[in-house]
Ligand binder design. Structure first.
Ligand SMILES: Nc1ncnc2c1ncn2[C@@H]1O[C@H](COP(=O)(O)OP(=O)(O)OP(=O)(O)O)[C@@H](O)[C@H]1O
Ligand SMILES: [Mg+2]
Length: 248
């Protein structure tokens, strides 16, 4: 179980300190598939980064299976079984796809290559490509997914796996994510704006303005999401309904 207690994250925007995660309290159970959703800028990626240790929380605690991992480095968290697939995966100039797969799969080449095939990329076309800007957005997302699915994890956070992936492949990638989850002993957290992903979740967590606004079983939360959640665009425009068209 992943337990987050009173987690806060303040960052500097150049002139002021701004609070981007505010008193996050949440417990995420083993074997559950969570959809983390909410408006742009609501804090989803920041929460994922704080769990992975990329952002150092300003306050609060994170426990994995009752072990306090708050002061763990990114590498220590990865070793403890936390994996994060970035919203915008980093590029590594000078590193080939085969090197990246090797690092992430503890040397089990066959598994890593099979994963590359599973995400729809032909190993002979990609193994010697550099993980740099020459790879398209969808290609780098798939390669990253292959690396995440190649290693054993306890907690996997996928940050908008749908981003940049074509319509024809998306359902296939989603079923891979679900299949990996069903191996057991894994907590999957999928950050998403996609209805199809949400429809697969056991629970939906709604984040906005750096806070967890609501969470609950998918069947109950879906109505709440579509219903009375305030339009952020309208709020941003001081409630002027004529100024912008509400996205709902
Ligand atoms: N390092 C940073 N410095 C300053 N502001 C930041 C930093 N990281 C995040 N923010 C701000 O914190 C807020 C939350 O950002 P975050 O990326 O977590 O949102 P999100 O919910 O993932 O949004 P999206 O759905 O667009 O991906 C945003 O207003 C963002 O500009
Ligand atoms: Mg994000």
């Amino acid at each position: 179980m992943l337990k987050i207690q009173s987690l806060n994250l303040d960052v500097s925007n150049g002139t002021d300190e701004v609070s981007i995660l505010k008193n996050i309290n949440i417990e995420l159970e083993d074997n559950k598939f969570y959809a983390l959703t909410g408006p742009n800028g609501g804090g989803k990626t920041s929460l994922a980064r704080a769990i992975m240790g990329i952002y150092k929380a300003t306050g609060g605690k994170i426990y994995l299976d009752d072990v306090d991992i708050t002061d763990f480095t990114i590498t220590e968290r990865a070793k403890a079984g936390i994996s994060y697939a970035f919203q915008n995966p980093p590029r590594f100039k000078g590193l080939k796809v085969k090197d990246l797969l090797k690092i992430s799969s503890s040397g089990e080449e066959d598994t890593a290559y099979a994963r590359l095939r599973a995400v729809g990329l032909c190993p002979q076309d990609y193994l010697d490509r550099e993980c740099d800007a020459s790879l398209s957005g969808g290609e780098i997302k798939r390669i990253e997914l292959a690396t995440v699915l190649s290693r054993p994890s306890r907690i996997v956070i996928y940050d908008e796996p749908e981003a940049g992936v074509d319509l024809w492949s998306f359902e296939k990638l989603l079923s891979l994510i679900k299949k990996y989850h069903l191996r057991g002993g894994i907590t999957s957290i999928v950050i998403t704006h996609h209805e199809k992903v949400i429809s697969l979740a056991d629970e939906i967590i709604l984040m906005a303005e750096g806070e967890i606004k609501e969470r609950g079983p998918r069947e109950e939360m879906w109505d709440a999401l579509k219903g009375d959640f305030k339009c952020r665009w309208q709020q941003n425009c001081g409630g002027d309904e004529d100024a912008v068209e509400c996205y709902r």
